[in-house]
Every structure is written in C-alpha cells, then in structure tokens.
Design a protein around this ligand. Structure first.
Ligand SMILES: Cc1cc2nc3c(=O)[nH]c(=O)nc-3n(C[C@H](O)[C@H](O)[C@H](O)COP(=O)(O)O)c2cc1C
Length: 168
C-alpha cells in the first residue's frame, strides 16, 4: 500500500498534476444546465479532481469547502435573468462580497440567441460578479446556444478541457 501511495505521489511530483476541488453552482429552470453541470462534474472526476454540483448555491457552501476553483453553470430566463435557484447566490455575493483573491473560476452560460440582446445574460452577470470579487478566469465564459446545438454537454466539456488545463 505504501509503495502504491509513494508511486502516486512521485507521479504527482514529476508530472505537476494536482487534484483540485471544484464547486459548481448551478442555475437551471428546466434541467438543461443541471444536466450539463453533472456532465462537467463527471468529466472533472474522470480527470482525477473532486467536484460538487449545487442547485441551491450559497456563500456558506462557497466558503466552507476549501475549493480550489468555482465553475458556474447557468441558463438564462425571463428577460436576461438568472434562474430563481441561482439568483439568491448572485444577490448574496453582491451583498457579502466574499473576496476570491485570484481563485480560478469559469462560467458555462446556456441560452437562446433568439432572445437577442439578453442572450446568455445570466452567465454574463455571474462572470461580472466573480471578476468584481477578484476571481481570475483562465478562459473566458463560454456561451451555448440552444438554437445551434443539440449536445450542450459535449460543447461544455470541449470548453472545460481547456479550462481545466489552465486553471490547475
Ligand atoms: C421563459 C424563458 C425565457 C428565456 N429567456 C432567455 C433570455 O433572456 N436569454 C437567453 O439567452 N435565453 C433565454 N431562454 C432560453 C434558455 O436559457 C435556454 O433554453 C436554456 O437552454 C434553458 O436551460 P435550463 O433548462 O437549464 O433552464 C429563455 C427560456 C425561457 C423558457
């Protein structure tokens, strides 16, 4: 057992690979963003990281997990609004302003370009908020357009691979 652990540790040291803990706040009305978030969590785990999705994201959970990175996955509803299960988190971030001190974050933003001026605005709101709190985005927010793709999970994971490479 000790040999196996030692070999694993050596591998980490020689390759520079480190396990990261990723918090995934999710905003979704009808489940698409939730499915995308779960697919991303699975991809992160398959790459050797820890990932936790949260459909009722809170400052308490954000602050309590010793997270190495935050990955927001959200759709947009109403007229450019965040889904009601993520909006309270956005508001609390604005009120309590937890400093991110350069912690890596990423935003996967789902929407529909027929909404034109408010296309993927929910993700834009979250991205702005994390920049205000001095998070650091290794890769800009990705937008996933329901009019253009039938496979939002595949599109998200394509973007996630680059994000993972640069974030950790
Ligand atoms: C009532 C309603 C309002 C929407 N408003 C917007 C919008 O303002 N901007 C946008 O990009 N997409 C908008 N959408 C599209 C959704 O964001 C898109 O279909 C998304 O994939 C839904 O994901 P979800 O199932 O996780 O909520 C709207 C959809 C509905 C049903």
């Amino acid at each position: 057992m000790a040999d196996i652990l030692c070999a694993a540790f050596n591998r980490i040291q020689t390759t520079g690979w480190t396990m990261a803990k990723v918090y995934i706040p999710v905003g979704s009305v009808s489940g698409t963003a939730t499915a995308v978030a779960e697919a991303c969590a699975d991809a992160l785990r398959a790459a050797g990281h820890e990932a936790q999705t949260d459909s009722a994201a809170s400052i308490e959970a954000l602050n309590s997990g010793a997270w190495d990175a935050v990955l927001i996955v959200t759709s947009t509803t109403g007229r450019g609004d965040l889904p009601s299960n993520l909006a309270p988190f956005y508001t609390a971030l604005g009120e309590q302003r937890p400093a991110q001190n350069g912690r890596p974050f990423g935003v996967i933003s789902l929407g529909d370009s027929s909404y034109d001026a408010t296309f993927c605005n929910g993700g834009a709101l979250m991205e702005d908020r994390f920049y205000e709190l001095e998070g650091q985005a290794p890769v800009p927010r990705v937008t996933i357009d329901a009019t253009e793709t039938q496979t939002p999970d595949v599109d998200a994971i394509f973007w996630l691979n680059e994000w993972m490479e640069k974030a950790f």
